[in-house]
Design a protein around this ligand. Structure first.
Ligand SMILES: *Cc1c(COP(=O)(O)O)cnc(C)c1O
Length: 429
């Protein structure tokens, strides 16, 4: 459902209410139509750091990490580093006693140089190159999640603790690009091959500590996780750890519901106890790997309006800082920040600066009719898979990431410069 469908006031005057469940809890409406996040006015942040600008509310990230730990105190909570590979964020979450998962030597280098202890790192990936695995072994990561029989050969004789990634054959009914638990996609071992895979890990000298699955992303239904518990525990293998992956949904638009974390905790705890009793195996430690649910709603991106055409508002960013609408048809809202207006609002499409018709940032957004070049727009829910998926398309430098907390703003990742962009292009003589 879009904002335009939900708001009967579209076409009416005045400032829209703040969609509180989308923004960081610290967000406040200020006089003159400004907005404050983490104690900082968005207009002054845009003035100081320039646009486009990705903001991250540190308190919100920490608060959401704590919510997972409190809902499941007996579980290990692992942050999915790929959702926001930023060393400051890795440190905040290590502070909050989360573990970290990485999927490449590059992400591992970020974790290692941020000082994340090896024992708290898991390495994932449907392809792990020799370089990835050598980096993992030399740092001594706590667990590697095996994705294929070939990977067992790569690791043979290392005594590495491993989990087996299982494809449980469960459709979480999300976008096909992020549906990873069904049969017939590239991740993991099909359920019926898992007993053989378990025997072979032992034969290869690896130490099997548990089973893993990851069902997809933007999952709203707890029942798919219960189903995964039944199928994985139903294999009857005594394991130390059961890792159910991530995928907990974050709300992006007005009608979206937040994930029911308490319901998840209660139902998964019950399902796990019940299945283990049935299989007469000891209760494994539960592991979960939230990414988006921790960081998405802590992020806000600021854009400057550059041009307005009938039905379109064009800004100084686009698919290079947010490819998700083009990749998955992801939906966003946007709001005018920094001035009051009595102009009626009508639905427009916020587009980017790139040379593709699919370069859309937000569709059907009710912006005031007098929106003009120089206005500031704020897009909430940009903390996950924005910085991570950003590119240099059209040789546009990637935006900075600025952390805000208690009235202090800090540059966490600086803006990419022209020099950065040209550095690898060598022009041989
Ligand atoms: C991407 C991923 C996650 C995190 O997914 P979210 O939707 O961000 O929660 C967790 N585990 C694995 C293995 C992943 O690939």
């Amino acid at each position: 459902m879009t904002l335009a469908e939900l708001l009967p006031s579209v076409g009416a005057c005045g400032e829209p209410p703040l969609e509180k469940h989308l923004w960081p809890a610290s967000t406040r409406l200020l006089p003159q139509g400004d907005l404050e996040v983490g104690g900082q006015a968005l207009t002054s942040l845009a003035g100081h750091f320039g646009t486009p600008l990705q903001l991250l509310d540190e308190t919100e990230v920490r608060h959401r990490a704590r919510a997972f730990r409190q809902a499941l105190p007996e579980a290990e909570v692992v942050f999915a580093g790929k959702s926001l590979p930023c060393r400051s964020v890795f440190r905040w979450l290590a502070d909050e006693e989360l573990s970290l998962d990485v999927c490449s030597a590059g992400e591992l280098a970020a974790a290692r140089t941020a000082g994340i202890p090896a024992a708290r790192i898991l390495m994932h990936g449907n392809v792990k190159t020799d370089e990835d695995l050598e980096a993992a072994l030399s740092y001594g990561v706590g667990r590697i999640v095996l994705d294929s029989f070939d990977e067992m050969d790569q690791l043979a004789g290392t005594a590495q603790p491993v989990l087996i990634r299982v494809t449980p054959g469960i459709d979480a009914h999300t976008h096909p690009a992020v549906t990873t638990g069904v049969d017939g996609q590239k991740f993991g071992f099909p359920l019926d091959t898992v007993p053989d895979a378990a025997r072979q890990t032992a034969a290869n000298g690896l130490r099997l500590v548990g089973l893993h699955c990851h069902l997809g992303s933007q999952i709203t239904r707890v029942s798919v996780y219960e189903d995964a518990v039944r199928r994985l525990i139903g294999l009857g293998l005594p394991i130390e750890q059961l890792d159910l992956g991530g995928g907990f949904a974050a709300p992006y638009c007005v009608g979206d519901q937040p994930f029911d974390l308490t319901g998840f905790a209660n139902r998964i705890r019950a399902a796990l106890a019940h299945e283990c009793t049935r299989q007469r195996i000891p209760l494994p430690r539960l592991v979960i790997e939230p990414g988006r649910a921790i960081v998405a709603n802590a992020g806000v991106t600021l854009y400057r309006v550059i041009a307005v055409k009938p039905g379109f508002v064009a800004v100084d960013g686009g698919m290079s800082d947010n490819p998700r609408p083009a990749l998955y048809g992801a939906r966003y809202t946007a709001r005018l920040v920094g001035r009051h207006t009595r102009a009626p609002r009508h639905a427009v499409t916020v587009v980017g600066r790139h040379c593709e018709a699919g370069d859309i940032l937000a569709q059907d957004v009710p912006l005031p009719d007098d929106v003009h070049a120089g206005d500031l727009l704020a897009v909430p829910v940009t903390g996950a898979y924005h910085h991570a998926l950003a590119s240099n398309y059209n040789l546009v430098g990637r935006p900075p990431v600025v952390g805000v907390r208690d009235g202090v703003a800090q540059l966490l990742v600086r803006r990419e410069t022209e020099e950065d962009l040209l550095r690898r292009d060598l022009i041989p003589a």
